[in-house]
Design a protein around this ligand. Sequence first.
Ligand code: NAD
Ligand code: WQD
Length: 337
Amino acid sequence: MKILVTGGCGYIGSHTIVDLIDNGFEVISVDSTIRSSEKVLEGIKEITGVAVQNYKIDLCDKAATRTIFQDHPEIKGIIHFAALKSVPESVEKPLDYFNNNLNSLLSVLACQKEFEIPHFIFSSSCSVYGNTAELPVTETTAFMEAECPYARTKQMGEHIVRDFTNANPSLNGVLLRYFNPAGAHESSKIGELTFGPASNLVPVITDTAAGKRESFTVFGSDYSTRDGSCVRDYIHVMDLANAHTKAIQYLTKKANASNCEVFNLGIGQGVTVLEAINAFEKVTGLSLNYEVGSRRPGDVEAIYSNYEQAALKLQWEPTRDIEDIMRTAWAWETRST
Ligand code: NAD
Ligand code: WQD
């Protein structure tokens, strides 16, 4: 079965392509490389032996997007990763985020309808929940106000997919809400590439250990958590990748009860910033240079998932923890290329 992966040269897209190929799928990628590089495809080839074709197309260009489906009438599913994802950048340039994240989605959904592609998976985010007090977060936890334009594009994206599937009962959508993806493929042939200075915790840690920055700040020590630092649900990118394969298999088996379903993807456990630091130091034997500072504006105190729905319906279970994340992220950072 042929699957179109949008954003296939990006972080989660590239790892998902590997998992799809490992599970017997044929994959086509479309990525403008606005936030990535086609070099990633070489890593995918080294791991899988498969040369994946990438269309270097901006998905906001509807006419160009149509050509992919014209070239590949056998496409049966679309996994839509392509989006801009930086929280601070979205605050500075909200129109860029609305334009890119919504227009690319609209253009892909228009093709899903025109070319009658039965299955569509949307990359959503735990940021849709906003600053929620309900923990762990389930799929029915109400959305709070979005904390930034990026998160708003994910809330709006989910509404768009829902309305679209309501209007098109023969087409299926699955909304996957990722918690905090991190780590890299075991081979260190692919991993997370950051464009501009890293702001997410795991790349900040590996950059510091590698000497790319002198130190980093733990944002806040006065939260009501077990050690005063924020709690997040870090999920290994290969576990996350596998959930996409499982979601496609779920739809192709027609196991879905409705034509638009939503799943949380986390490991169901909160890890504090200080625990994440300890995990890195334990698995690498290195000592990190950091200071404990004040809170970062917009940060949620604690958020972690209940992923029971994904376990029950997608038959998916995460198998890796924060130590696996740190070990593979560090191996990727120190790869010899
Ligand atoms: P990424 O930036 O590594 O990958 C996104 C890819 O999409 C990039 O390669 C970029 O070049 C491409 N792209 C962006 N706009 C495009 C367009 N208009 N046309 C064609 N290609 C385009 O990001 P990622 O971490 O792999 O995230 C993938 C998806 O998961 C995104 O939708 C993101 O919002 C979502 N998500 C990510 C995280 C995270 O922490 N990484 C968490 C939750 C949700
Ligand atoms: C994790 C924890 C920080 C850096 C973001 C997006 C979210 C989703 C995932 C896409 C927090 C702390 C961080 C540092 C620190 N992405 N931290 N020092 O903010 O949970 O979520 O990525 O959908 O939408 O908002 O991730 O990795 O930035 O932070 O102390 O230098 O690490 O305060 O508690 P976050 P993060």
